[in-house]
Design a protein around this ligand. Structure first.
Ligand code: GLN
Length: 232
């Protein structure tokens, strides 16, 4: 059983729950998604973290009363080899943590750099990341969740290892400063960097939880399984 913590800060959270459960089913992994709302819920039993998209300023504010964000950063400091997935605003929180903390990914980022909300778009992204293949395809997302959310059926259910051609959904997205990225580039859009991997931290400027291609969530779960401490 792996436990993945999802920061319930603001923004696209429920789609990540769907995507994680779908990906866990594709890998036949027993998964618990832990919805994190307070700093004191972030503990050593978590095998991985998801920092979802949303509005990063609102997320920083939302975190203040329950000290969630500092607890997430402290967890990352303490568990450097455990995997983290940051999407869109989540990528901003990894690249530009507040205060004295050094960035969690060596990839400077500029907020809202594609323009305004109406300049949001979908485009095919080239991906180069080793991801375990889906053992089975799932219909997990066929039904709306209890919030009546249903992820956009943009991509296919399953994808082969190292396949590229990912349906990228960019919503008022940030942009990595491509020339100054100092970690591994794993996703590009016309030569521009849109996804990076720094150690075990994966940051994307698009929204993988809004498609049925669960590749990035499978990556997270597979790495959570790999780094899961052995039972005594
Ligand atoms: N525009 C948001 C920000 O700057 C990010 C958008 C998103 O997560 N979809 O925080």
């Amino acid at each position: 059983m792996v436990r993945i913590g999802l920061a319930m800060l603001q923004g696209a959270r429920h789609e990540h729950i769907e995507a994680l459960q779908g990906a866990a089913a594709e890998l036949s992994v027993d998964l618990e998604v832990v919805e994190l709302r307070r700093g004191d819920q972030v503990d050593a039993t978590l095998d991985a973290l998801v920092l979802p998209g949303g509005e990063s300023t609102a997320m920083r504010k939302a975190s203040e009363s329950e000290a969630l964000l500092p607890a997430l950063y402290a967890w990352m400091d303490e568990h450097e080899s455990r995997p983290v997935l940051g999407t869109c605003a989540g990528a901003i929180l990894l690249s530009a943590p507040d205060g004295e903390r050094t960035p969690y990914i060596a990839a400077p980022i500029a907020r809202n750099a594609w323009g305004r909300q109406r300049q949001s778009f979908e485009a095919e992204v080239e991906v180069d990341l080793i991801v375990p293949e889906a053992g089975i395809t799932t219909n997990h997302v066929a039904d709306p969740d209890r919030f009546n959310h249903r992820p956009l059926p943009v991509g296919p259910n399953a994808s082969p290892v190292r396949a590229s051609g990912y349906p990228g959904v960019f919503i008022r997205a940030p942009r990595f400063e491509t020339d100054t990225v100092e970690c591994e580039v794993i996703a590009t859009l016309e030569h521009e960097t849109v996804g990076v991997l720094d150690g075990c931290r994966l940051a994307l400027t698009f929204h993988p939880e809004l498609t049925l291609d669960r590749r990035f969530h499978r990556w997270l779960i597979a790495n959570a399984v790999r780094t899961h401490p052995d039972e005594p």
